[in-house]
Design a binder for this molecule. Structure first.
Ligand code: WT7
Length: 669
């Protein structure tokens, strides 16, 4: 595996942003209480967290419940970190049972709103910590009855319903690792992940509501099971939540109704005492090469890190009528860390919404904010760009005065979108926390603290406590201000990934070989003269579509698996809403006739292989791909071609490409 060579000086500082925003002067008043309320406080705490991490993390970890205290805070033998070594805890206990023990059993833990709306309005459910305790215990016992043991991997493929959070917590409760697969992924994606994780139990639903339509979850699982059976892999049990009441097929012996299993299960299921370094979950994410990688997170460090980042970054305060809403899906890491695991231990209600932002109309999110009096709101730049396009009037119809902190995550936010968010949604009253992090980091790494950090549109500002982030060249030397380089983390942190499931070599190669003993995030970045970080995008063949990573090679493999395709090259192309769209250059078998119909077929084929998120925005059928003399596809050229012509009708011909290729050949080699 070779890494593309990267020339840090090739990243130029692209933005010259002059706008700065201090935390609003009435922020402390509006919030009632703020954990970190000045930049100098931030600096004091940050400096201590770096000079004495053991003391810093000890104080945080002690705020949570452990069955057995740890012997050592950290064992670091690069690139392997163990946190809270020897300690035993359970994250479900800390999210749920601990709140009940402390007398908060009847407080709301999850507010859920369904997508369908009838005359009585949408369906709303409020689950207390006591409800979660009972439901996670029942499902935990039901899973045990199906043969799930400590250390097994349970696959979860569901819509955004409370039972999804319950399923995650139930696994954690009994010490099983979960692997949540985003409900928008295809049956092939399920089969791949189930195989890689060697998972034998799947929790799903009959269907999921999305923009008024039913996503056929169970059909997809059935198909995945067929694929798995063809490869001689068995799924022992499929647990099915009834949600949409759509017709489904049923396989006796394998399939079980969620409601029947849990109704029959005992309510007593004490959380398992887990070693701090026991696996909590796998979460698959795309890389530049090959199949998706199962990122491994363990129990103690992840728990402490998500708890404290959620607390400080969103200023979560229990008992102050806060309602926190993150619009992500639990199928992504954002949902893991900032809908479930980081939020529940802070005893602030976490709002979950089932459906689309434009159902039944484009004001749905603002309607939800108004009705539930949402105080902290966390979403993605791609969503903000869609809101901008739909128009400010949808937000202006609603009373958004409850909002106090706004957050973004997933990709660099363009300054226009930042300003729109600040003005139209935040009413110029709300700090914006632009949080840089990754599936691999577990939680927020570089982010403003809302009461402390002055913000500037497009910068994720300063590192969180304990995070030693830097921009370096390939030798690991720090770059001067305003010079591009590699974003690295130089010291271990509690939420860091512990590996890629089953692939040690890929773990070393992807994150640790580029710069010695530093975690290399795969992002290019610069720091400005104030030390603020600016993320400039991926340095590998990964494209960030709507805030989610896709490997170009994954999409290429999907295309090439179609019988009409000989070869494919996929590149990112600027896209108004998604940030980056997907352009595919495809050469066909000689018998295949290029046509609009075939392009549509190829698009659908990719959706079937990976999921709708990977559907190319442009497909260009060509007779050949431009290559260097050594046979490397000239991606830079393809990127230019894709970005330069905006109509997908346009079929770039062999002649054009060879001419262009010849022109660029010398440069590329
Ligand atoms: C990649 C991680 C972290 C949850 C969502 C995505 C990009 C993420 C930001 C941000 C600029 C960002 C990076 C990163 N990214 N947040 N605030 N500013 N870029 O998780 O799928 O693991 O992707 O998303 O490129 O490496 P992910």
């Amino acid at each position: 595996m070779t890494q593309p060579t990267f020339d840090p000086s090739s990243i130029e500082s692209i933005l010259h942003e002059e706008r700065h925003f201090n935390p609003p002067s009435d922020f402390v008043d509006r919030m009632g209480s703020v954990y970190v309320s000045s930049l100098s406080d931030y600096e004091k705490i940050y400096n201590r967290s770096i000079s004495d991490p053991q003391a810093f993390w000890t104080e945080i970890a002690e705020q949570l419940h452990w069955y057995r205290p740890w012997d050592r805070v950290l064992e670091w033998s690069p690139p392997d970190a163990k946190w809270f070594v020897g300690g035993q805890t359970n994250i479900c206990d800390n999210c749920v049972d601990r709140q009940v023990r402390n007398g908060h059993g009847d407080e709301t833990a999850i507010i859920w709103e369904g997508e369908p709306v009838d005359n009585g309005g949408p369906e709303i459910r409020r689950l207390t910590y006591a409800d979660l305790q009972r439901e996670t215990a029942r499902l935990g016992n039901a899973l045990k009855k199906l043969g799930v043991r400590k250390g097994d991997v349970v696959t979860i493929y569901m819509g955004m319903v409370p039972e999804l959070a319950i399923a995650m917590l139930a696994c954690a409760r009994i010490g099983a690792a979960h692997s949540v697969i985003f409900g928008g992924f295809s049956s092939q994606a399920i089969a791949d992940r189930v195989t890689d994780a060697d998972s034998r139990v799947i929790i799903t639903g009959d269907g999921a509501w999305r923009r008024g339509k039913i996503v056929p979850l169970k059909d997809n699982v059935d198909q995945a099971c067929e694929t798995l059976a063809a490869g001689n892999r068995d799924v022992d049990a499929v647990v099915v939540l009834k949600r949409c009441e759509n017709a489904i097929n049923w396989q006796d012996g394998r399939d079980h109704w969620y409601h029947e299993l849990t109704a029959a299960a005992d309510e007593d299921c004490p959380p398992e005492a887990m070693d701090s370094e026991d696996v909590l979950f796998l979460l698959y994410t795309s890389g530049s090469t090959g199949k998706p990688k199962g990122i491994v997170h363990t129990t103690g460090g992840y728990m402490v890190f998500t708890y404290i980042t959620a607390r400080y970054v969103f200023n979560l305060h229990p008992g102050r009528d806060q309602v926190y809403w993150c619009t992500a899906d639990c199928g992504w890491v954002t949902g893991h860390s900032y809908i479930v695991y980081g939020v529940l231990p802070n005893r602030v209600p976490s709002l979950m919404y089932e459906g689309a932002p434009n159902f039944p109309a484009e004001d749905r999110f603002w309607d939800i904010v108004e009705r539930h009096r949402v105080t902290q709101f966390y979403t993605a730049p791609t969503a903000i760009r869609a809101f901008m396009k739909w128009g400010a009037e949808h937000a202006e119809k609603h009373d958004l005065s409850s909002l106090k902190v706004l957050g973004t995550v997933g990709e660099p936010i363009n300054p226009e979108a930042w300003m729109w968010y600040h003005r139209v949604i935040g009413g110029e009253r709300c700090p914006i926390v632009d949080t840089w992090w990754q599936t691999e980091t577990g939680g927020h790494m570089i982010t403003p603290l809302p009461g402390a950090t002055p913000t500037t549109p497009g910068s994720c500002t300063l590192p969180f406590f304990g995070i030693d982030a830097a921009v370096v060249n390939e030798k690991g030397e720090e770059q001067p201000a305003n010079t591009g380089g590699l974003l690295v983390i130089r010291k271990p942190w509690p939420g860091m990934l512990r590996g890629i499931h089953g692939d040690r070599e890929r773990f070393l190669e992807t994150y640790w070989r580029r710069v010695e003993n530093m975690y290399c995030a795969g992002d290019g970045a610069k720091r400005d003269e104030h030390g603020y970080f600016w993320i400039m995008g991926r340095i590998d063949d990964v494209i960030n579509v709507s805030g989610h990573r896709l490997g170009t090679m994954e999409v290429e493999s999907a295309l090439v698996s179609h019988p009409a395709v000989v070869e494919a090259a996929v590149v990112g192309v600027p896209h108004e809403i998604k940030g980056t769209g997907i352009a595919a250059f495809v050469t066909l078998e000689s018998h295949a006739e290029p046509s609009a119909d075939l392009r549509e077929q190829l698009r659908d084929h990719v959706a079937r292989e990976i999921g709708a998120i990977a559907k190319p925005d442009q497909i260009r059928l060509t007779d050949a791909l431009p290559k260097t003399r050594s046979g490397k596809i000239m991606r830079r050229l393809l990127r230019d071609v894709a970005a330069g012509t905006d109509t997908e009708q346009d079929v770039t011909t062999l002649e054009d490409l060879t001419v262009l290729a010849k022109l660029r050949e010398s440069e590329e080699e």
